[in-house]
Design a protein around this ligand. Sequence first.
Ligand code: SAH
Length: 339
Amino acid sequence: MNIYGIKRVDLEDYFIKQGEKKFKALQVYEWLYQHRVNSFFSMTNIKKEWQEQLSHDFSMVRIKIKKKQEDKLSKKYLFLLADSNYVEAVLMEHDYGLSICVSSEVGCNMGCAFCESGRLKKVRNLEAYEMVEQILLVEEDIKERISSVVIMGIGEPFDNYENVMDFIKIINDAKGIAIGARHITISTCGIVPKIQELAKEELQVNLAISLHAPTNELRNRLMPVNKAYSLDLLMGTIKEYIQITNRRVTIEYVMLNGVNDSDECAHTLARLIKGMNVYVNLIPYNETNHMEFKRSSKEQVMHFYDILKKHGLSVTIRKEFGRNIDAACGQLRSKEVKV
Ligand code: SAH
């Protein structure tokens, strides 16, 4: 097991089972996440025998930064994993702090028609430690702490539910990287049973739903997941989620020219979500070489925004980051992995 994929409770169990105090787990966590040491032998308040035992039982192997591209407000990282796979993360500088968009899988099986990550298909899940290390490596690189995390990079987090939950619990731990749950966002294409499961977790994390289309007909074309979990089922599940968690949900809507950006789409979308505790985030599309989709014009995005506003909805337009550094989902990996 890699130590960066171990929750503190599990590390406590590990020590307790061997007749030690659970307090040792806290000490190890402090070395890992406060002092950021990269060897068990640097944990100077842990006895030599335990340093040896830990290094025997756990690995500390790190993923590696293979490439970095940056512009003024964002940095894109391509990571090389131990098995030679690649994933990406993007660091963004907001006026409220730094946020990072992390990957949850190597590739993705959801097959959204407009998405580069899906074009390359899923190779495997990411382990919790591989998600934790994306944050550790970027923080080490920039020598600053990151304040919020969005799980919106390559992959579908709800197709790797257990590892993503472990990841969240590790980074949310007050003695870990200590990122507040309200500063963590999971974005899903709409895997209904996992939305229901998340509702029961009693975590204060944010949920974002990649909706992208207000009718089954259009959504089926753009997002194959809609054939498994239809729009009606999805919307009903989001309503239940809001009822159980009392938390506002984000509706993501990527603006595709001539596809889902008509006035009619805006009105239909407004009717679909009216009265729900949600807000809509309109996403400018990042064009990629492999897809025929084009971004909606600025004017059309504004017009769409105005229609939703007139219906009384809360709407924002996503600020663009990294358009010049291939920061759209999966673009950097896609250049590295030739298919
Ligand atoms: N699988 C999850 C999270 C990863 S995708 C999900 O579907 O939500 C993160 C977001 O980026 C999704 O809303 C996705 O639809 C969107 N996206 C994918 N390709 C994009 C592109 N080229 N430009 C803008 N947004 C894109």
